[in-house]
Ligand binder design. Structure first.
Ligand code: CO
Length: 134
């Protein structure tokens, strides 16, 4: 069911410093910061030849990243995103397998303008999983 790895998201305490490090130290192609108010994050996209990295920084009062950074003050891997062909079919299959879909199970429009869902990390080896309809 899952296809390509779409991106790995890393929560960071200093977005400018993290972007500069990926650009200068790691030599990556780093985009400009982009506010995503619907998701409570500011994102920097990094293009790699085979996938993307997203640096996440809290935006607004109810950011899902705030608590994560409180627990991981130097930052850390926040989620991984797999592509699926049909997000509704994927959701229904996951629910039938007993997996928990966060936020009521209705897809939201993600940072790339495509429908996404998140799966409970406790059901997947402690890793928050995002599914994106590619
Ligand atoms: Co993501």
């Amino acid at each position: 069911m899952i296809g390509r790895l779409n991106h790995v998201a890393i929560a960071v305490p200093d977005l400018d410093a993290a972007a500069a490090q990926y650009r200068a130290t790691l030599g990556a192609k780093v985009g400009p910061p982009k506010d995503e108010p619907a998701h409570g994050v500011t994102v920097v996209f990094i293009d790699l030849p085979n996938t993307k990295i997203e640096l996440l920084y809290p935006l607004g009062d109810n950011s899902p990243i705030t608590a994560f950074l409180a627990k991981n003050p130097s930052g850390g891997m926040h989620h991984i995103c797999y592509e699926v062909d049909d997000i509704i079919a994927a959701r229904d299959h996951l629910l039938s397998q007993g997996a928990r879909v966060l936020g009521g199970g209705d897809p939201k429009i993600g940072a790339h303008g495509k429908p996404v869902l998140f799966l409970h990390p406790k059901d997947f080896q402690g890793c928050l999983i995002e599914l994106e309809q590619a």
